[in-house]
Design a protein around this ligand. Sequence first.
Ligand code: KIV
Ligand code: NA
Length: 262
Amino acid sequence: PERLTTRTLQKRRDKGGSISMLTAYDYPTAKVLDEAGIDVLLVGDSLAMVVQGHSTTLPVTMDQMIYHAEMVGRAAERALVVVDLPFPEGQLEIGRSIRSAARVLKETQCHAVKLEGGAEQAARIDAMVTAGIPVMAHVGLRPQNVNVDGGYRVQRDQEALVADAVAAEQAGAFAVLIECVPELVTKAIHDAIRVPTIGIGAGGNTTGQVLVTHDLIGLTAGYTPKFVRKMASVAEIVRDTAASFHQAVADGSFPGPDETFR
Ligand code: KIV
Ligand code: NA
């Protein structure tokens, strides 16, 4: 299959097309999502919560992000693969951010990084793009800021959000992700820039949509946000299958003759 690039995504926006994006953290899942035609795979720092079981995205390290990015990059043949810069790699000296982001391109087969923040990140985005590292900006709700914000809240400051997106675009970001923003504010952001927008909890006025795969397929424990559409119940399937295996071992029906060497 032909590889999607930042140019492909721009063409989608220019021609009124759409972009599908899902998180991936491991080889088999990434392979299935890639085969399904998902355009962009995100090795999100949400893996801290979804895979590692933490209550925020803050604990995951750069080395751990690289470990997961290796697996996803190896699996994806068609999708563009974006890797989150984990806290606080996108907040330290710009040189260090470039060095960390460059690891994604040097050590994995992934293609771009995502960085939380807008206007205040313009100089960093510009330096990264100048260094040859494609950057997706992430505005609106910024999970890495949870301790300053005092929780996860819908972001409604239209003027500031538009300024963030415009600054990110001017700095060279190839796309802007918009998280937890009312749909009319999203529309204002989308209309203020020309690069593709990808929303999560941001309504339909974007070029693309992203969800955490484990939320989409019903493999997440606990609270599900309002903006999630749970389209399958994989946890139930796995639980039922494991219970069937347990029972088959207990009653001696596994292994059967066909599953046994003679
Ligand atoms: O880490 C992540 O999964 C994300 C998405 C929620 C956009 O950044
Ligand atoms: Na993230």
